[in-house]
Write a protein that binds this ligand. Sequence first.
Ligand SMILES: *Cc1c(COP(=O)(O)O)cnc(C)c1O
Length: 389
Amino acid sequence: MSATKIIHAVPSDPLTGAISVPVYQTSTFIQEAPGVNKGFDYARSNNPTRKVLEDLVASLENGHGGFAFATGLAAIDAVLKQLSSGDEILAVDDIYGGAYRLFTHVYQKLGITVTYVDTTEIENVAKAVTSKTKLIWIESPTNPTLKVSDIQGIAQIAQSIGALLVVDNTFASPIAQKPLDLGADIVIHSGTKYIGGHSDLVAGLVITKTQELSERIKFIQNASGGVLGPWDCFLTIRGIETLDLRYRKQCENAMEVALYLAQHKAVAEVFYPGLKDHKNHEIAKRQQNGLFGGVVSFSLKKDDQESANQFVTATKYFKLAESLGGVKSLLCHPAQMTHASIPREKRLQAGIKDSLIRLSCGIEEVEDLVNDLKQAFEKVERAKELSFI
Ligand SMILES: *Cc1c(COP(=O)(O)O)cnc(C)c1O
């Protein structure tokens, strides 16, 4: 979907001609007679502002239906609620920390087994599926080590065993990647990140490929009730209007930042799918439309938490905060922040070292971002706390 199409897919108000989408701040809708209404009866079940957002994200992802939830995790939760005790999930090992916590500490207790595998090698997926696997859950690129998996290849495995493939498309955004076109069944987004784009809301989205899946998610959305409120729907719609512009600029900035880090003497590894030496660079190039995202992670040669702490408190433009995808650049230390709920041993297995730092590039001038990192390295070096050997 081109920028033109996205912008013009946001409808003006047919009643008044208002060019932006009205916020229908209402809990209920007057009925002419019992069951006779204008398509809306109660705001948990549906709301006109939410409907605009849901239709918009369905078309952004080339899906059948879109569903808006209070947070990304509420969206993930709605997808998992299709499962029954005894079912198995096969998930990417470098999964978002909050999803790991939900899978492990809520769903495992209800009799749903989760197996984590490195999905960057398709054979690992083929080997790990069983007759009970109902969901294959991947993120590509992952958070925070930017691992890339072959969505098309994994979709074929899912199809062959009758499992659903769910792709958390938060990092790629629908501008770079359309998992449903690559064979996935369900896409989820943390709308909090690129889609909202201004670090001013939390939201979650589910997009389904078929009518049957739409009906299931719609039922769960109404039955469990974790919907997104009308004001946040409005803000999310407004975010989507500039998504294409923002995302492309963030990708450009991230590429330059990754190249800068790759040649720095204090840096051990840089994780960015746009770098030619990234393990699955070719797959990323193919399935992400040549756009590699705004997140870059790196680890320090001096691989300890203290060195990472010094760095993340030394930047000026990169603000220390969880989250990503907004216009303002952020950085975080996953081991102590976003991924603190994952035990250290499991974190290390997934490549999340003690000194790993995650950058989310905003839309500032790239020279300012690179200079900010440069002065942070210098500050840390001057403090002689970090030895650059
Ligand atoms: C942030 C995030 C989530 C969770 O979304 P919330 O809106 O914070 O609930 C899920 N997946 C990924 C990849 C994320 O970055």
